[in-house]
Design a binder for this molecule. Structure first.
Ligand code: FES
Length: 353
């Protein structure tokens, strides 16, 4: 019989646990504990020690089980890089979902799948028109969103009126076209594949010579877009940097996928994280996030599986995922898929369970 200690980490995935404020916990660092992710004393005789920490608040968190995290005891997504290929749906998982009900879009372009998640195709007919600005909600309170809303803005040549989501963070993503965004008197040149952060209390407008498609996320309260003739707000100079463009050369590698955070804490967005991701032809294993998320398919096509239902997704579609809703995006396009995601609360898009 081997004397090697037995590792009890069965899966390279984090553990969802409920912490109680003020309580101390001992996180296993050695993989030997049978009560993952916590210590059961099995490290005795090794050089390992548990990491003891005190919960700052009562909350559900994802604690690392794979022990590769650099943010122990919390999962930082490092488990995704322990294999060459991102966790894909197993044969058993695919078999278990073979009878999923195919959901087609309704008359409003929406396909509602499990748990309030949906895929929708924006229809120009639903736009509200104000001068050279057209806009429509694609994720709102009426759709079941609790933390973030999403509008599609289409701007033709000219200067828009001033826009604002009152009192909340606004995160813009530029899908197509280029121009200038004036945030309360400070101008930023913007181009596609980039994000821009507008702080609460700032209005913004768009100046362009060509048609631009922009997605605007408001968070963490659901407010509608207000459009006005005048701007009485001022640019908040304590946060000068606001614009982040996608740069494949510096993006994060996650097995056979890449992603890059655009707007996040580095530009002062503490509530919302925005990212761009590229996935090859593949079907991810079902997973969940602790955050509420909106996704826009930038290129490619495939399917979204949610447990008992499945629906088609294609370039231009918007996906809404309530927090903790199991899902798997399958890319069936040989050329892969590119998507933009935005979620609350902020964090890493690599963290899932
Ligand atoms: S489980 Fe270890 S980093 Fe996610």
């Amino acid at each position: 019989m081997s004397d090697d200690p037995v590792e009890y980490v069965v899966e390279n995935k984090p553990c969802l646990v409920s912490l109680e404020e003020g309580k101390k916990y001992a996180w296993c660092t050695c993989k030997l504990s049978k009560t993952q992710p916590f210590c059961d004393g099995a490290h005795k005789g090794t050089e390992h020690r548990p990491m003891v920490f005190k919960a700052e608040k009562t909350e559900d968190v994802l604690l690392c089980a794979c022990k590769a995290t650099k943010s122990g005891p919390y999962c930082d997504g490092a488990h995704n890089n322990l294999e060459d290929v991102y966790a894909e749906a197993s044969d058993a998982e695919i078999l278990s979902m073979k009878d999923s009900v195919q959901i087609d879009q309704d008359a409003n372009g929406k396909a509602l799948v499990d748990g309030g998640a949906y895929v929708m195709t924006p229809n120009d007919k639903n736009d509200t028109v104000v001068g050279n600005l057209r806009y429509q909600p694609v994720i709102a309170k009426e759709d079941g969103a609790t933390k973030l809303s999403l509008h599609r803005l289409t701007v033709s040549a000219g200067t828009t009126k001033w826009m604002e989501y009152e009192g909340v963070d606004t995160v813009l993503y530029f899908v197509s076209g280029a121009g200038t965004v004036d945030i309360a008197g400070r101008e930023f040149n913007v181009d596609k594949e980039a994000g821009l952060y507008v702080r609460p209390g700032e209005k913004f407008r768009v100046i362009t010579d060509e048609e631009m498609v922009i997605y605007a996320t408001a968070c963490p309260l659901l407010t509608d877009l207000t459009v006005t003739d005048d701007n009485e707000t001022t640019f908040q100079t304590e946060q000068e940097e606001r614009y982040i463009a996608f740069d494949e050369a510096t993006a994060n590698v996650m097995a056979n996928r890449i992603y890059q955070e655009l707007v996040d804490k580095k530009v002062g967005s503490n509530e919302v994280t925005q990212f761009i991701g590229q996935i090859p032809k593949s079907r991810a294993a079902m997973h969940r996030h602790l955050y509420e998320e909106a996704i826009v398919i930038l290129t490619g096509y495939g399917k979204m599986w949610t447990g008992t239902k499945v629906t088609e997704v294609k370039t231009g579609d918007v996906l809404f995922l309530p927090h903790r809703q199991g899902h798997s995006v399958e890319c069936t396009d040989e050329g892969g898929m590119q998507l933009m995601g935005v979620f609350y609360p902020s964090g890493s898009p690599a963290i899932n369970y």
